[in-house]
Design a protein around this ligand. Structure first.
Ligand SMILES: C[S@@+](CC[C@H](N)C(=O)[O-])C[C@H]1O[C@@H](n2cnc3c(N)ncnc32)[C@H](O)[C@@H]1O
Length: 238
C-alpha cells in the first residue's frame, strides 16, 4: 500500500519539477513529442491538458488562451502554472471526474506520465470519451513497465514509493478499445544510453529512428507508452 497520494507527491515536488529533467535525453524527448503533436494536429482546436503540471506544454507550443485548459490534481502545480501563464486557464480537479460538459474539447492530451497516476484508469478513459467532441482526438503518454526503474524518474530521485501504474502496451490498448484509429507506440529505449555516450545530434537521430521503427513493434521495451486515437462520431456515450 502507498501511503502518499499523487496529489501530495506533486504538491511536494512542484517547486523542483521544472529543474528535474535537464539531461540531453529529456530535451530529445521534448523535441520529439512537441513536434509530433503539432505535425499530427494534436494541437488544433480546443485542448484539455490532463495532469498539466507546471504548464510545460505551453513552454514549447504557443496555444491561444481560449484554446487551452490545464487540469491538475495538485494545487501547488496549479499555482505554478498560473504564475507562469497568467492568461491561460488552469483548473484543479481529477481526471477521473473531469469538471467539464460532454463534448467540450477537440483534443485531449496527457503528457509525460500523468495518466499513470489516475486513481481509476477506466473511469478516466470514460471521462475522456465523454468530454471529447465527436471525431475529437487524444494522445496519452503513460509510463511503461520499464519506467519504474528509470534513474531520472523524479520519484526515484527523491526515493518516493510511486503510486503510479506502469503499463504494458496491451493493457493500455484494452482500456482504449472503444475509440477509433487506436495506435500505440513506445518512446525511448536504448536512446537514453546512446545520449550518455554520443553527441546530441546522433542521439536525437537514433531516438527518432528507434521510436519510429521499433516503438510500435515492441512498445514494452520502452520507457513511455504513447497511445493515440479518435472518438468516432458514432461512438455511443455510456
Ligand atoms: C509527471 S507530472 C507531468 C506533468 C506534465 N504533463 C508534464 O509534461 O510535465 C504528473 C502530473 O499529473 C498530476 N496528476 C496526478 N494525478 C492526477 C489526477 N488524478 N488528475 C489530474 N492530475 C493528476 C500531478 O499533480 C502532476 O502535475
Amino acid at each position: 500500500m502507498n501511503d502518499i497520494t499523487p496529489k501530495q507527491i506533486y504538491n511536494r515536488l512542484s517547486k523542483v519539477y521544472d529543474r528535474s529533467y535537464k539531461e540531453p535525453i529529456h530535451k530529445i524527448e521534448d523535441e520529439f513529442v512537441y513536434k509530433y503533436l503539432v505535425e499530427n494536429s494534436f494541437t488544433d482546436g480546443k485542448i484539455l491538458d490532463i495532469g498539466s503540471g507546471t504548464g510545460v506544454l505551453l513552454n514549447h507550443i504557443g496555444i491561444k488562451t481560449d484554446k487551452y485548459v490545464g487540469l491538475d490534481i495538485s494545487e501547488r502545480m496549479i499555482e505554478i502554472s498560473t504564475e507562469k501563464f497568467p492568461n491561460h486557464k488552469f483548473i484543479r480537479g481529477t481526471m477521473s471526474n473531469i469538471p467539464f460538459d460532454d463534448e467540450s474539447f477537440d483534443c485531449i492530451l496527457s503528457l509525460f506520465g500523468s495518466y499513470s497516476y489516475s486513481l481509476n484508469h477506466l473511469r478516466t478513459v470514460q471521462e475522456i470519451k465523454r468530454v471529447l467532441k465527436p471525431n475529437g482526438k487524444f494522445l496519452i503518454m503513460a509510463y511503461g513497465t520499464k519506467y519504474q526503474k528509470r534513474e531520472s524518474y523524479i520519484l526515484n530521485h527523491f526515493k518516493i514509493n510511486s503510486p503510479a501504474k506502469f503499463f504494458k502496451g496491451k493493457e493500455l490498448k484494452n482500456l482504449y478499445q472503444d475509440f477509433g484509429y487506436v495506435k500505440i507506440f513506445g518512446m525511448t529505449w536504448l536512446s537514453e544510453l546512446v545520449s550518455k555516450h554520443f553527441s546530441y545530434t546522433l542521439a536525437k537521430n537514433y531516438h527518432f529512428l528507434e521510436t519510429k521503427f521499433i516503438g510500435s513493434i515492441i512498445p514494452d521495451k520502452f520507457y513511455f507508452q504513447i497511445i493515440t486515437g479518435q472518438k468516432n462520431a458514432k461512438t455511443l456515450l455510456h
